[in-house]
Design a protein around this ligand. Sequence first.
Ligand SMILES: [Zn+2]
Ligand SMILES: [Zn+2]
Length: 296
Amino acid sequence: MLISDGGTADTSLTSQKAFAILGNEYRAEIIRTLGDEQGTEGPRPVLSFSELYSKSGVDIGTSQFNYHLQKLVGPFIDKTEDGYRLRYRAVTLYRTILAGTYTREAYIEDFKVGVDCYYCDAPIEARYADRRFTILCSECGQEYSDTTAPPSIDEGDHDALLNRMDQYIRHRILAFSKGVCSICANELRTQFLIGDDLAVPGSEQLDVFVHRSCDHCGAQQYMSVGLSLLYNSSLIAFFQERDLDVTTTPTWELEFAMTDRFVDIRSSDPWKIALCVEQGGDELELVVDGDLTVLD
Ligand SMILES: [Zn+2]
Ligand SMILES: [Zn+2]
C-alpha cells in the first residue's frame, strides 16, 4: 500500500523551487500559524482565509497575504471547501523548525556518562556541539558514538538526556542494521571496510567497520560488527536469558558493541566474520557473510 500525503494535485518541485517558495517570512508565518493551531492532538485543522489572516498577525494587507498564501497552496497547503490545511510535508517542516534544528543553539557542558574507556580506563564523556552528540573518551579521544541531533535535546538532567539519546540513536541503528536508511527509507549498500585501509580520522579505532550508505540521500554510517548485530534475535535472547537486556542497556556500556575484541575475521573473500560474545560463563558465536546475513 502506498501512503499518500493527502493531496491530489501534481505538486512536484525542484529543491531550488521549494526553498525559494519557503524563503519568505510571511509564508513561514502562515505555516507556523496552521501548525500551532493543531497543537499536539487531533486532526490537521482547517482555517478559513479570515481566521488564518487574523491568527497570523502579520503586518500586510489581505491581498498581499493572499498572494503569499497562494504560493504555498499546492506544494505545502491544501485548499479545501472550508479553508486551508497544512499538507504533511509542511507538518514535517513545521516540527523540524520547532525542534530548533535551524534556529536554536543548545549549550550542554561535557559530562561523564559513568563508564570508563575500554582502551585507557579514563572516563567516557558526552559532548554536544554543532548538532553532533558524541560519546568519547576524555583522555585518548576514542569515539564510541556520534550522531546528529536537534538542539531540543537539551532538556532535563544528564541521566534523562543519556537515556533519551540512547533510544534516539537506537532507532537509527536499528534501521541501518536492517539495511534501511533511517532518513529516506531506501535500501542501503553494505560493505565491510578494514580500519587500516581507511584513510579517515578514527579509522584506527576498529579492525573492521560495517559501512552502510544510501545512494538516495547520501546518508552513511560506520559501525562495529557488534553494534550492527545488536538487534539479532539470538543475541538479544542469549543476553536476556543471562539477565542483561541489550535493548535498554546504553550501547556505550556494551563492550562487544564498542570494541572489536569479540570479532574475528575468518575470511575476506568471501567475507566471513565471527562475533563471539560472553555472558555468565557462556558463549554465543554468530558468523555473518558480506551482507551481514547470519550464517551460523
Ligand atoms: Zn581512552
Ligand atoms: Zn537515505
